[in-house]
Design a protein around this ligand. Sequence first.
Ligand code: MN
Length: 447
Amino acid sequence: MGPHSLRAWLDVLKQENVLKTVSRKVSLDFELAAVGKRADGKYALLFNNVKGAKMPVVTGISGSREMFARALGVSVDRLVDTFAAAQANPRDCVLVDKAAAPVQEVVTCKVDLGELPIPLHHEKDGGPYITAGVLISKDPVTGNRNLSIHRLHVLGPNKLGILILPRHLNHFYRAAEKANKPLDVAIAIGLDPILLLASQAIAPLGFDECTIASALYEKPLELVKGVTVDIDVPAHAEIVLEGHLLPHVREIEGPFGEYPKYYGPASPKPVIELTAMTTRKNPIYQTIVAATMEHMLLGAIPREGGMLQVIRNAVPNACEVHLTPGGTCRYHAVVSIDKQHEGEAKNVMFAAFSSNQEIKRVVVVDKDVNIFDPIDVEWAIATRFQAGRDAVIVERALGNKLDPSCEDGLSDKMGIDATVPLTADPFRFERIRIPGEDTMDLEKYLD
Ligand code: MN
């Protein structure tokens, strides 16, 4: 049972002394992002004196696996399994009246994004970006709901440029464009880590990510009807922007400093025209500084959960999966298995590659390896892997366009089987250990 709103979560962080307030005057141009980046993984920050801002700004609300685990009410080692279980057992949402929806306490149909304290994050960004907005859309054909997070470039008082990667929203937008119709969307800003995590699930087309949030909350996520769009929005968000994606309109969006720690380039991209902004009476604006651990883990944890499901369908004795920070928490996966049959490691690789297009490299290790420890993983590769026998390379599959080494999204995939052959003499692969060393207290031996 987790926090059901950003405010509830901030209260938890405050109690645990993880939330720090910043009363010093801070500029939206780089300074706020710089402070947020320095605090990443250590503190959540509430800026209450942002230059020119009418509301406080929060960032870093979940910058470590420990913080996400705390939000989900589980231990860190249960985090990914908990997410996977929620995805496997989704739960319905509930529609509430406007009166029970704080996010619609203040409604304006004359949207001016200048009212929001939207920061400029990285040096060469094309402008201020909304980075923590969960976009809610519906399949124009089936009506199924979808959640996704996109970088949103402020292009005018009521206009946003949007990067849409080839996933579910892209599918809806293409269908709407084909019919020459705008596509209704809503963007919810100021959310708890559970709803943010759920929005990043690796789920099939047609799967409503809101139902994962309900499962993780252990109670239905409360939604309220949009004021100007046919979209239900999170009732406890701080801010909701309503509008539509315009068909056949493109404007320059970018550059934007992205999670791979490079800029996503500027190019003509789709445009959202905003029709309403609804907020709480005293809203808090939320931003996520790109490429911080907060940003990376938001992508990694749901992906790990989704991947584990797909991998276990193929290889039931798969144990754990980790998307490593050095691999941008997207491109490099390590998977441990309790190997029963020769060749299973390769099946794990294929399942991992098929689970999501961003994966470039999969290292499969035995269950004795700590997949969260890069030294242990490299040790397994160094001592259990032979490239000629154990490497698999698939050239030019679909990858991620934000990876600058990709050629127009085409990416090679590499699998590394660093498991011990089942036929090997077990003693050759016996890890050395000194009896008693792991439990002894060194201090007791020192004068
Ligand atoms: Mn989806």
